[in-house]
Design a protein around this ligand. Structure first.
Ligand SMILES: Cc1cc2nc3c(=O)[nH]c(=O)nc-3n(C[C@H](O)[C@H](O)[C@H](O)COP(=O)(O)OP(=O)(O)OC[C@H]3O[C@@H](n4cnc5c(N)ncnc54)[C@H](O)[C@@H]3O)c2cc1C
Length: 452
Protein backbone atom coordinates (compact mmCIF):
# COMPACT_ATOMS: atom_id res chain seq x y z
CA UNK A 1 0.00 0.00 0.00
CA UNK A 2 1.20 3.50 -0.84
CA UNK A 3 2.28 5.51 2.22
CA UNK A 4 0.04 8.50 2.67
CA UNK A 5 2.30 9.97 5.32
CA UNK A 6 5.84 11.24 4.92
CA UNK A 7 7.90 8.54 6.66
CA UNK A 8 10.17 11.20 8.21
CA UNK A 9 7.29 12.15 10.51
CA UNK A 10 7.40 8.70 12.08
CA UNK A 11 9.84 7.88 14.85
CA UNK A 12 9.95 4.31 16.24
CA UNK A 13 10.24 4.31 20.04
CA UNK A 14 11.16 0.64 20.36
CA UNK A 15 12.24 -2.09 17.97
CA UNK A 16 9.32 -4.49 18.26
CA UNK A 17 7.76 -5.58 14.97
CA UNK A 18 4.13 -4.85 14.15
CA UNK A 19 2.00 -7.75 15.36
CA UNK A 20 -1.36 -9.04 14.25
CA UNK A 21 -3.67 -7.38 16.78
CA UNK A 22 -5.67 -4.13 16.57
CA UNK A 23 -3.78 -0.89 15.96
CA UNK A 24 -4.07 1.59 18.79
CA UNK A 25 -3.81 5.33 18.35
CA UNK A 26 -2.87 6.72 21.78
CA UNK A 27 -4.11 10.26 21.37
CA UNK A 28 -2.42 12.70 23.70
CA UNK A 29 -1.33 16.15 22.51
CA UNK A 30 -3.26 16.22 19.26
CA UNK A 31 -6.89 15.93 20.23
CA UNK A 32 -8.64 15.99 16.86
CA UNK A 33 -10.16 13.53 14.41
CA UNK A 34 -9.17 15.36 11.23
CA UNK A 35 -5.85 16.55 9.81
CA UNK A 36 -4.04 14.31 12.26
CA UNK A 37 -1.00 12.51 10.80
CA UNK A 38 -0.68 10.18 13.79
CA UNK A 39 -4.27 8.98 13.41
CA UNK A 40 -3.84 8.67 9.64
CA UNK A 41 -0.71 6.59 10.13
CA UNK A 42 -2.50 4.32 12.59
CA UNK A 43 -5.34 3.95 10.08
CA UNK A 44 -2.88 3.00 7.32
CA UNK A 45 -1.27 0.34 9.54
CA UNK A 46 -4.68 -1.03 10.51
CA UNK A 47 -5.84 -1.33 6.91
CA UNK A 48 -2.55 -2.90 5.80
CA UNK A 49 -2.95 -5.55 8.48
CA UNK A 50 -6.72 -5.79 8.09
CA UNK A 51 -7.07 -5.04 11.79
CA UNK A 52 -9.31 -2.71 13.76
CA UNK A 53 -8.13 0.83 14.49
CA UNK A 54 -8.98 1.94 18.03
CA UNK A 55 -8.37 5.41 19.46
CA UNK A 56 -7.60 5.72 23.14
CA UNK A 57 -7.05 8.76 25.38
CA UNK A 58 -5.79 8.49 28.95
CA UNK A 59 -7.07 11.18 31.30
CA UNK A 60 -4.63 11.90 34.13
CA UNK A 61 -5.99 12.99 37.53
CA UNK A 62 -3.64 16.02 37.61
CA UNK A 63 -1.56 17.71 34.94
CA UNK A 64 0.95 20.39 35.93
CA UNK A 65 -1.15 23.34 37.19
CA UNK A 66 -4.25 22.62 35.09
CA UNK A 67 -7.62 23.40 36.72
CA UNK A 68 -11.23 22.79 35.73
CA UNK A 69 -10.83 25.66 33.23
CA UNK A 70 -8.47 23.55 31.11
CA UNK A 71 -9.88 20.11 32.00
CA UNK A 72 -13.40 21.27 31.06
CA UNK A 73 -12.17 22.66 27.74
CA UNK A 74 -10.30 19.45 27.00
CA UNK A 75 -13.17 17.10 27.88
CA UNK A 76 -15.61 18.99 25.65
CA UNK A 77 -13.13 18.72 22.79
CA UNK A 78 -12.69 14.99 23.40
CA UNK A 79 -16.44 14.46 23.42
CA UNK A 80 -16.53 15.92 19.93
CA UNK A 81 -13.58 13.71 18.90
CA UNK A 82 -15.54 10.64 20.03
CA UNK A 83 -18.60 11.72 17.99
CA UNK A 84 -16.51 12.43 14.93
CA UNK A 85 -14.72 9.10 15.18
CA UNK A 86 -18.02 7.27 15.54
CA UNK A 87 -19.12 8.82 12.23
CA UNK A 88 -16.03 7.16 10.75
CA UNK A 89 -16.86 3.88 12.50
CA UNK A 90 -13.78 4.17 14.72
CA UNK A 91 -13.98 3.17 18.38
CA UNK A 92 -12.89 5.74 20.98
CA UNK A 93 -11.98 4.64 24.46
CA UNK A 94 -11.30 6.86 27.45
CA UNK A 95 -8.95 5.54 30.12
CA UNK A 96 -8.28 7.25 33.44
CA UNK A 97 -5.07 7.13 35.47
CA UNK A 98 -1.35 7.05 34.80
CA UNK A 99 -0.83 6.58 31.03
CA UNK A 100 2.38 4.62 31.52
CA UNK A 101 0.29 1.95 33.30
CA UNK A 102 -3.14 2.31 31.68
CA UNK A 103 -2.03 2.40 28.04
CA UNK A 104 0.17 -0.59 28.69
CA UNK A 105 -2.62 -2.58 30.35
CA UNK A 106 -5.10 -1.71 27.60
CA UNK A 107 -2.68 -2.60 24.80
CA UNK A 108 -2.01 -5.90 26.57
CA UNK A 109 -5.74 -6.59 27.05
CA UNK A 110 -6.65 -6.09 23.39
CA UNK A 111 -3.38 -7.71 22.22
CA UNK A 112 -2.52 -4.62 20.18
CA UNK A 113 -0.36 -5.15 17.11
CA UNK A 114 1.12 -1.66 17.37
CA UNK A 115 0.61 1.64 19.16
CA UNK A 116 0.92 5.00 17.43
CA UNK A 117 1.12 8.16 19.49
CA UNK A 118 1.78 11.86 18.92
CA UNK A 119 4.86 13.97 19.64
CA UNK A 120 5.19 16.23 22.66
CA UNK A 121 8.51 17.60 24.01
CA UNK A 122 7.38 18.11 27.63
CA UNK A 123 9.21 15.99 30.27
CA UNK A 124 6.14 14.31 31.62
CA UNK A 125 4.90 13.22 28.18
CA UNK A 126 8.35 11.92 27.24
CA UNK A 127 8.44 9.87 30.45
CA UNK A 128 5.06 8.27 29.69
CA UNK A 129 6.11 7.39 26.16
CA UNK A 130 9.50 6.00 27.24
CA UNK A 131 7.88 3.88 29.90
CA UNK A 132 5.28 2.42 27.48
CA UNK A 133 7.92 1.90 24.78
CA UNK A 134 10.09 -0.01 27.23
CA UNK A 135 7.39 -2.25 28.72
CA UNK A 136 4.92 -2.90 25.90
CA UNK A 137 4.97 -6.06 23.87
CA UNK A 138 4.30 -4.38 20.53
CA UNK A 139 5.76 -1.66 18.33
CA UNK A 140 5.32 1.95 19.50
CA UNK A 141 5.62 4.78 16.97
CA UNK A 142 5.66 8.49 17.62
CA UNK A 143 4.30 10.67 14.82
CA UNK A 144 4.89 14.43 14.92
CA UNK A 145 1.52 15.79 13.90
CA UNK A 146 1.86 19.06 15.83
CA UNK A 147 4.68 20.67 13.90
CA UNK A 148 4.52 21.28 10.19
CA UNK A 149 8.19 20.38 9.80
CA UNK A 150 8.68 17.55 12.35
CA UNK A 151 10.74 18.77 15.30
CA UNK A 152 13.37 16.02 15.02
CA UNK A 153 13.76 16.73 11.27
CA UNK A 154 13.81 20.54 11.41
CA UNK A 155 17.00 20.39 13.47
CA UNK A 156 18.99 17.72 15.34
CA UNK A 157 20.00 20.18 18.09
CA UNK A 158 18.91 23.12 20.21
CA UNK A 159 18.82 26.24 18.04
CA UNK A 160 20.16 29.63 19.18
CA UNK A 161 17.15 31.55 17.99
CA UNK A 162 14.62 32.13 15.26
CA UNK A 163 17.44 33.32 13.01
CA UNK A 164 19.08 29.87 13.02
CA UNK A 165 15.92 27.75 12.83
CA UNK A 166 14.14 29.88 10.18
CA UNK A 167 16.37 28.97 7.21
CA UNK A 168 16.26 25.29 8.15
CA UNK A 169 12.47 25.31 8.24
CA UNK A 170 12.06 27.34 5.06
CA UNK A 171 14.42 25.05 3.17
CA UNK A 172 12.11 22.04 3.59
CA UNK A 173 8.74 23.66 4.27
CA UNK A 174 7.40 22.94 0.77
CA UNK A 175 8.01 19.21 1.38
CA UNK A 176 5.80 19.21 4.47
CA UNK A 177 3.24 21.94 3.88
CA UNK A 178 1.22 19.64 1.65
CA UNK A 179 -2.46 18.85 1.66
CA UNK A 180 -3.64 16.37 4.28
CA UNK A 181 -5.71 13.32 3.27
CA UNK A 182 -9.14 12.71 4.82
CA UNK A 183 -9.78 10.17 7.51
CA UNK A 184 -11.54 7.16 6.02
CA UNK A 185 -14.60 5.39 7.32
CA UNK A 186 -13.56 2.06 8.82
CA UNK A 187 -15.24 -0.82 7.05
CA UNK A 188 -14.91 -3.53 9.72
CA UNK A 189 -17.85 -4.21 11.97
CA UNK A 190 -17.29 -2.26 15.21
CA UNK A 191 -19.36 -2.01 18.39
CA UNK A 192 -19.30 1.50 19.88
CA UNK A 193 -19.66 2.11 23.60
CA UNK A 194 -20.28 5.76 24.38
CA UNK A 195 -18.29 7.48 27.12
CA UNK A 196 -20.41 8.91 29.94
CA UNK A 197 -18.87 12.35 29.82
CA UNK A 198 -20.91 13.74 32.68
CA UNK A 199 -19.65 10.96 34.97
CA UNK A 200 -16.09 11.66 33.85
CA UNK A 201 -16.57 15.36 34.55
CA UNK A 202 -18.11 14.63 37.97
CA UNK A 203 -15.22 12.33 38.88
CA UNK A 204 -12.56 15.02 38.43
CA UNK A 205 -10.52 16.03 41.48
CA UNK A 206 -8.83 19.06 39.96
CA UNK A 207 -8.76 22.63 41.28
CA UNK A 208 -12.31 23.95 40.77
CA UNK A 209 -11.52 27.53 41.81
CA UNK A 210 -10.58 28.77 38.33
CA UNK A 211 -13.82 28.82 36.33
CA UNK A 212 -14.23 27.71 32.74
CA UNK A 213 -14.59 30.54 30.23
CA UNK A 214 -17.58 31.10 27.99
CA UNK A 215 -16.07 33.16 25.17
CA UNK A 216 -13.83 30.39 23.83
CA UNK A 217 -15.87 27.38 22.70
CA UNK A 218 -13.98 24.10 22.75
CA UNK A 219 -13.64 21.64 19.88
CA UNK A 220 -12.46 21.05 16.36
CA UNK A 221 -15.51 22.67 14.74
CA UNK A 222 -15.24 25.79 16.88
CA UNK A 223 -11.51 26.00 16.07
CA UNK A 224 -12.30 26.08 12.35
CA UNK A 225 -14.94 28.77 12.90
CA UNK A 226 -12.41 30.91 14.80
CA UNK A 227 -9.87 30.44 12.00
CA UNK A 228 -12.43 31.40 9.36
CA UNK A 229 -13.46 34.48 11.27
CA UNK A 230 -9.85 35.55 11.76
CA UNK A 231 -9.12 35.13 8.05
CA UNK A 232 -12.15 37.15 6.99
CA UNK A 233 -12.10 39.85 9.64
CA UNK A 234 -8.60 40.38 11.03
CA UNK A 235 -5.84 38.77 8.96
CA UNK A 236 -5.70 41.84 6.70
CA UNK A 237 -4.45 43.94 9.64
CA UNK A 238 -2.56 41.31 11.67
CA UNK A 239 0.88 42.83 11.36
CA UNK A 240 -0.27 46.25 12.55
CA UNK A 241 -2.84 45.26 15.18
CA UNK A 242 -1.40 42.15 16.84
CA UNK A 243 0.88 44.09 19.21
CA UNK A 244 -1.83 46.42 20.47
CA UNK A 245 -3.45 44.94 23.59
CA UNK A 246 -6.50 47.19 23.21
CA UNK A 247 -7.25 45.74 19.78
CA UNK A 248 -8.56 42.33 18.86
CA UNK A 249 -5.73 41.78 16.39
CA UNK A 250 -4.56 38.24 17.20
CA UNK A 251 -6.16 35.04 15.94
CA UNK A 252 -7.16 33.54 19.33
CA UNK A 253 -6.12 30.16 17.98
CA UNK A 254 -3.66 29.31 20.76
CA UNK A 255 -6.10 27.34 22.97
CA UNK A 256 -7.04 25.21 19.95
CA UNK A 257 -3.44 24.74 18.84
CA UNK A 258 -2.39 23.90 22.37
CA UNK A 259 -4.98 21.12 22.77
CA UNK A 260 -4.37 19.99 19.21
CA UNK A 261 -8.00 20.73 18.29
CA UNK A 262 -6.77 22.25 15.05
CA UNK A 263 -3.72 21.32 13.00
CA UNK A 264 -1.13 24.07 12.50
CA UNK A 265 -0.63 22.65 9.02
CA UNK A 266 -4.32 23.16 8.16
CA UNK A 267 -4.17 26.68 9.61
CA UNK A 268 -1.13 27.50 7.45
CA UNK A 269 -2.77 26.07 4.31
CA UNK A 270 -5.94 28.12 4.87
CA UNK A 271 -3.99 31.29 5.67
CA UNK A 272 -1.91 30.87 2.49
CA UNK A 273 -5.06 30.35 0.43
CA UNK A 274 -6.56 33.62 1.64
CA UNK A 275 -3.54 35.75 2.52
CA UNK A 276 -2.32 36.32 -1.08
CA UNK A 277 1.31 36.55 0.04
CA UNK A 278 0.88 39.88 1.80
CA UNK A 279 2.89 41.13 4.77
CA UNK A 280 0.16 40.18 7.26
CA UNK A 281 0.15 36.61 6.05
CA UNK A 282 3.95 36.45 6.29
CA UNK A 283 3.88 37.85 9.83
CA UNK A 284 1.27 35.35 10.91
CA UNK A 285 3.09 32.37 9.38
CA UNK A 286 6.31 33.46 11.07
CA UNK A 287 4.57 33.16 14.47
CA UNK A 288 2.63 30.02 13.66
CA UNK A 289 5.52 28.14 12.11
CA UNK A 290 8.95 29.52 13.01
CA UNK A 291 8.22 30.83 16.54
CA UNK A 292 5.96 27.97 17.53
CA UNK A 293 8.29 25.29 16.18
CA UNK A 294 11.24 27.02 17.83
CA UNK A 295 9.50 26.45 21.18
CA UNK A 296 9.22 22.72 20.51
CA UNK A 297 12.88 22.72 19.47
CA UNK A 298 13.92 24.32 22.78
CA UNK A 299 11.84 22.03 24.98
CA UNK A 300 12.79 18.91 23.05
CA UNK A 301 16.54 19.48 23.14
CA UNK A 302 16.94 21.38 26.43
CA UNK A 303 16.13 19.16 29.44
CA UNK A 304 16.13 22.31 31.64
CA UNK A 305 13.50 24.22 29.66
CA UNK A 306 11.62 25.15 32.87
CA UNK A 307 14.64 26.09 34.98
CA UNK A 308 17.20 28.91 35.16
CA UNK A 309 19.87 26.34 34.26
CA UNK A 310 18.25 26.20 30.82
CA UNK A 311 18.96 29.91 30.15
CA UNK A 312 21.91 30.74 27.87
CA UNK A 313 25.25 31.15 29.70
CA UNK A 314 25.42 34.93 29.12
CA UNK A 315 21.97 35.36 30.67
CA UNK A 316 22.72 33.20 33.72
CA UNK A 317 25.93 35.19 34.25
CA UNK A 318 24.37 38.64 33.96
CA UNK A 319 21.40 37.68 36.18
CA UNK A 320 23.79 36.31 38.82
CA UNK A 321 25.81 39.54 38.76
CA UNK A 322 22.63 41.50 39.48
CA UNK A 323 21.00 39.15 41.95
CA UNK A 324 21.90 41.35 44.93
CA UNK A 325 20.67 44.59 43.31
CA UNK A 326 18.17 46.47 45.45
CA UNK A 327 14.54 45.97 44.41
CA UNK A 328 12.11 48.84 44.89
CA UNK A 329 9.27 46.33 45.19
CA UNK A 330 9.24 42.63 46.02
CA UNK A 331 6.04 40.63 46.05
CA UNK A 332 5.04 37.13 47.06
CA UNK A 333 3.28 34.75 44.69
CA UNK A 334 -0.02 35.51 46.42
CA UNK A 335 0.27 39.25 45.83
CA UNK A 336 0.97 38.61 42.15
CA UNK A 337 -1.83 36.07 41.90
CA UNK A 338 -4.37 38.50 43.38
CA UNK A 339 -3.17 41.33 41.13
CA UNK A 340 -2.27 43.49 44.13
CA UNK A 341 0.96 45.07 42.86
CA UNK A 342 1.49 48.85 42.74
CA UNK A 343 1.23 48.81 38.92
CA UNK A 344 -2.33 49.04 37.50
CA UNK A 345 -1.12 47.95 34.05
CA UNK A 346 0.48 44.76 35.40
CA UNK A 347 -2.61 44.10 37.52
CA UNK A 348 -4.83 44.56 34.45
CA UNK A 349 -2.79 41.98 32.51
CA UNK A 350 -2.98 39.52 35.41
CA UNK A 351 -6.75 40.06 35.64
CA UNK A 352 -7.18 39.61 31.89
CA UNK A 353 -5.54 36.20 32.29
CA UNK A 354 -7.46 35.26 35.46
CA UNK A 355 -10.84 36.23 34.05
CA UNK A 356 -10.56 35.35 30.35
CA UNK A 357 -7.90 32.60 30.34
CA UNK A 358 -5.93 34.42 27.66
CA UNK A 359 -3.64 37.38 28.24
CA UNK A 360 -2.81 39.46 25.19
CA UNK A 361 0.51 38.40 23.64
CA UNK A 362 2.20 41.79 24.02
CA UNK A 363 1.24 42.04 27.70
CA UNK A 364 2.66 38.57 28.38
CA UNK A 365 6.16 39.95 27.84
CA UNK A 366 5.65 42.96 30.13
CA UNK A 367 3.93 40.76 32.72
CA UNK A 368 6.79 38.21 32.94
CA UNK A 369 9.55 40.84 32.91
CA UNK A 370 7.97 42.70 35.81
CA UNK A 371 7.83 39.47 37.80
CA UNK A 372 11.62 39.33 37.37
CA UNK A 373 11.92 42.96 38.52
CA UNK A 374 9.75 42.46 41.62
CA UNK A 375 11.01 39.16 43.04
CA UNK A 376 14.10 38.24 45.08
CA UNK A 377 15.84 36.31 42.32
CA UNK A 378 15.33 34.88 38.81
CA UNK A 379 14.61 31.36 40.14
CA UNK A 380 11.65 32.65 42.12
CA UNK A 381 10.49 34.83 39.22
CA UNK A 382 10.55 31.87 36.83
CA UNK A 383 8.66 29.66 39.25
CA UNK A 384 5.93 32.25 39.86
CA UNK A 385 5.52 33.11 36.19
CA UNK A 386 5.23 29.46 35.15
CA UNK A 387 2.85 28.67 37.99
CA UNK A 388 0.49 31.51 37.05
CA UNK A 389 0.80 30.92 33.30
CA UNK A 390 0.06 27.21 33.65
CA UNK A 391 -2.79 27.70 36.10
CA UNK A 392 -4.79 30.43 34.35
CA UNK A 393 -3.98 30.41 30.64
CA UNK A 394 -6.08 28.13 28.46
CA UNK A 395 -3.00 27.72 26.28
CA UNK A 396 -0.60 27.23 29.23
CA UNK A 397 1.48 24.08 29.97
CA UNK A 398 2.80 24.40 26.43
CA UNK A 399 6.32 24.71 24.97
CA UNK A 400 5.30 28.22 23.84
CA UNK A 401 4.66 29.12 27.48
CA UNK A 402 7.96 27.74 28.78
CA UNK A 403 9.82 29.55 26.01
CA UNK A 404 7.83 32.80 26.33
CA UNK A 405 8.64 32.98 30.02
CA UNK A 406 12.29 31.95 29.49
CA UNK A 407 12.60 34.58 26.72
CA UNK A 408 11.23 37.30 29.00
CA UNK A 409 13.15 36.39 32.16
CA UNK A 410 16.17 34.50 30.87
CA UNK A 411 17.07 35.86 27.42
CA UNK A 412 16.32 32.53 25.66
CA UNK A 413 16.36 33.10 21.86
CA UNK A 414 17.15 36.79 22.50
CA UNK A 415 20.42 38.73 22.54
CA UNK A 416 22.23 40.69 25.24
CA UNK A 417 21.11 44.35 25.64
CA UNK A 418 22.54 47.23 27.68
CA UNK A 419 23.44 46.44 31.25
CA UNK A 420 21.02 47.75 33.88
CA UNK A 421 19.91 47.04 37.46
CA UNK A 422 18.27 43.70 38.25
CA UNK A 423 17.88 42.73 34.59
CA UNK A 424 21.56 42.91 33.72
CA UNK A 425 21.67 42.44 29.94
CA UNK A 426 18.17 40.93 29.68
CA UNK A 427 15.88 43.06 27.49
CA UNK A 428 13.88 45.50 29.59
CA UNK A 429 10.30 46.75 29.21
CA UNK A 430 8.73 49.71 31.01
CA UNK A 431 5.36 51.23 31.76
CA UNK A 432 6.31 54.35 29.79
CA UNK A 433 7.42 52.22 26.85
CA UNK A 434 3.93 50.66 26.84
CA UNK A 435 2.37 54.14 27.05
CA UNK A 436 4.17 55.15 23.88
CA UNK A 437 2.90 52.04 22.07
CA UNK A 438 -0.77 51.73 22.99
CA UNK A 439 -3.63 53.20 25.01
CA UNK A 440 -2.53 51.98 28.45
CA UNK A 441 -5.43 53.73 30.19
CA UNK A 442 -7.90 52.06 27.83
CA UNK A 443 -6.43 48.62 28.56
CA UNK A 444 -6.54 49.23 32.33
CA UNK A 445 -10.11 50.47 32.08
CA UNK A 446 -11.12 47.29 30.29
CA UNK A 447 -9.51 44.72 32.59
CA UNK A 448 -8.87 46.52 35.85
CA UNK A 449 -11.58 49.20 36.08
CA UNK A 450 -11.21 49.59 39.87
CA UNK A 451 -7.71 51.02 39.41
CA UNK A 452 -8.44 53.10 36.36
C1 LIG B 1 5.61 35.31 29.03
C2 LIG B 1 4.96 34.63 27.86
C3 LIG B 1 4.15 33.53 28.09
C4 LIG B 1 3.55 32.87 26.99
N1 LIG B 1 2.78 31.78 27.26
C5 LIG B 1 2.25 31.08 26.21
C6 LIG B 1 1.52 29.89 26.46
O1 LIG B 1 1.37 29.45 27.61
N2 LIG B 1 0.99 29.24 25.39
C7 LIG B 1 1.12 29.70 24.11
O2 LIG B 1 0.62 29.07 23.17
N3 LIG B 1 1.84 30.82 23.86
C8 LIG B 1 2.40 31.52 24.86
N4 LIG B 1 3.11 32.65 24.61
C9 LIG B 1 3.34 33.06 23.19
C10 LIG B 1 2.29 34.03 22.61
O3 LIG B 1 2.12 35.13 23.46
C11 LIG B 1 0.94 33.32 22.40
O4 LIG B 1 1.14 32.17 21.60
C12 LIG B 1 -0.07 34.19 21.66
O5 LIG B 1 -0.26 35.41 22.34
C13 LIG B 1 -1.39 33.40 21.57
O6 LIG B 1 -2.43 34.15 21.04
P1 LIG B 1 -2.97 33.94 19.55
O7 LIG B 1 -3.15 32.51 19.24
O8 LIG B 1 -4.15 34.82 19.41
O9 LIG B 1 -1.71 34.48 18.76
P2 LIG B 1 -1.47 34.90 17.24
O10 LIG B 1 -0.69 36.16 17.29
O11 LIG B 1 -2.71 34.89 16.47
O12 LIG B 1 -0.46 33.78 16.73
C14 LIG B 1 -0.89 32.56 16.12
C15 LIG B 1 -0.12 31.42 16.72
O13 LIG B 1 1.28 31.59 16.50
C16 LIG B 1 1.99 31.09 17.64
N5 LIG B 1 2.70 32.19 18.31
C17 LIG B 1 2.36 33.48 18.38
N6 LIG B 1 3.27 34.17 19.10
C18 LIG B 1 4.20 33.27 19.50
C19 LIG B 1 5.38 33.36 20.28
N7 LIG B 1 5.82 34.51 20.78
N8 LIG B 1 6.08 32.23 20.51
C20 LIG B 1 5.67 31.05 20.01
N9 LIG B 1 4.56 30.91 19.25
C21 LIG B 1 3.83 32.01 19.02
C22 LIG B 1 0.97 30.52 18.59
O14 LIG B 1 0.83 29.14 18.34
C23 LIG B 1 -0.28 31.28 18.21
O15 LIG B 1 -1.46 30.61 18.58
C24 LIG B 1 3.75 33.34 25.67
C25 LIG B 1 4.56 34.44 25.46
C26 LIG B 1 5.17 35.09 26.55
C27 LIG B 1 6.04 36.27 26.30
Amino acid sequence: MKHIIDQRRIHPLNDHPIGDGPILYWMSRDQRAHDNWALLHAQTLASEKNQELIVVFCLVPHFLEATIRQYGFMLKGLEEVEQELEKHNIRFHLLQGDPSKEILAYAHKIKAGAIVTDFDPLHIKKKWRESVAHSCECALYEVDTHNIVPCRIASPKQEFGAYTLRPKIHKVLHEYLTDIPSLKKQTLEVSHKKTHWKDVYDSLHVDMSVPEVQWCISGEKAAHRVLKQFIHERLHAYNTDRNDPTKDGQSDLSPYLHFGQISAQRVALEIKKHGHGHIHMQAFLEELIVRKELSDNFCHYNPHYDSVVGFPAWAQKTLKEHEKDAREYTYTRTVFEHAHTHDPLWNAAQLQMVHTGKMHGYMRMYWAKKILEWTKNPEEALQIALYLNDKYELDGRDPNGYVGVAWSIGGVHDRAWFDRDIFGKIRYMSYNGCKSKFDVAGYIKKYNPKEE
